[in-house]
Ligand binder design. Sequence first.
Ligand code: ZN
Length: 378
Amino acid sequence: MNAEAITWVELRARCRRRWLPAIAAAVLGGALTLGATGITWLVAFPTVGFSLGLLLGAAAGARLQSQFGTAGGREAHLGEELEIRVTPPTVPESLLPLVVAAGVALLVAVLGHGNPHPVLYAGAVFSAFAAAIAGLDVMGAVVVSRWESSTGVRLYAQRRRRAWASSAPPVLAAVPTGLAPRRPRWHLTWALLLAAIVVPAAWTAALATARSNDPWLRSLPAGALPATTSHVDPELGRVASALVGRPVQVRCWSPSDWASIERAQGRVISGFAEIAAGRIHLSPEVCGSLIDLEHGFEPALDTQAGDRMSFAVTAIGHEAGHLRLGRNEAQAECFGLTRADRTATLLGADAAYAYSLQLYYRERILPRRAATYRGGKC
Ligand SMILES: [Zn+2]
């Protein structure tokens, strides 16, 4: 035996010390995302993380059981005689997994260029990670306790300095407690495993159902209709398709329909793009200006109508930018701005007016947009 005293930590105590703060952290991380997303997504990340943790915990438990023998009275591999000095898990040790989770979340936010929602990404990743740690430790505590009571043996992990920096597997010891082994009466492990599969599946189904009820997915009449009527606009679709380089559908919404879309999304917007579906949705104000331009209306730029026109021409280009380049707001904004003159020309504006719309946006509208949109170099 080494001169250096070896200390040990009770395995299930360590699991129990870790899962409560991890659950609290998962809830906190989820709450950070609440402002940027609906309640369905808020729950989805930690739920999936927790289930994944449970499955990983079960796999780790199965490995432990095969290492030390299963219940049923066969002699467990007890290793050599060791002097056991047990210390309770420390606070830094219990919080270390959460620090790792926070680091990963930060990394994701930075790699995503903080766009479009740095807090949303970081919060979602953090809550999923923390929930996975909680799931792992809940399952760990259940599996270890169950195995211990069925064998009359207790598991200890060797405490090592800088254990986090070592890739060696933890050294475990199994010590008889002197208690008679007893058969566990009910199967919490199986109940948890079932929950790990059923809950995310049920949640996915609920999300899919909620999705199919989204107000912007209902079928609409197509044609050259006024902006006050919700419709699929083939002419604006042609312009957006030319900008994106593939067929795109543009949907114009009536004021009351747009209000219910904004309520469903929980934000005030002038348009949005469904990237996978190749659809662009525009507010009645944006569609109204674009349809006016189509009909040859070219309002002077120092008027409210002119300001709206410059905004509308860039707005449809911005959404086209999302279909072409992805979610990054600054890139989409650049795409819309640098193509504003082309967009206006495609709608029938004369070249000089089209160029003045672009210039006006760059000089007058862009500076008052949120910082997320202004990050691009264009
Ligand atoms: Zn956007």
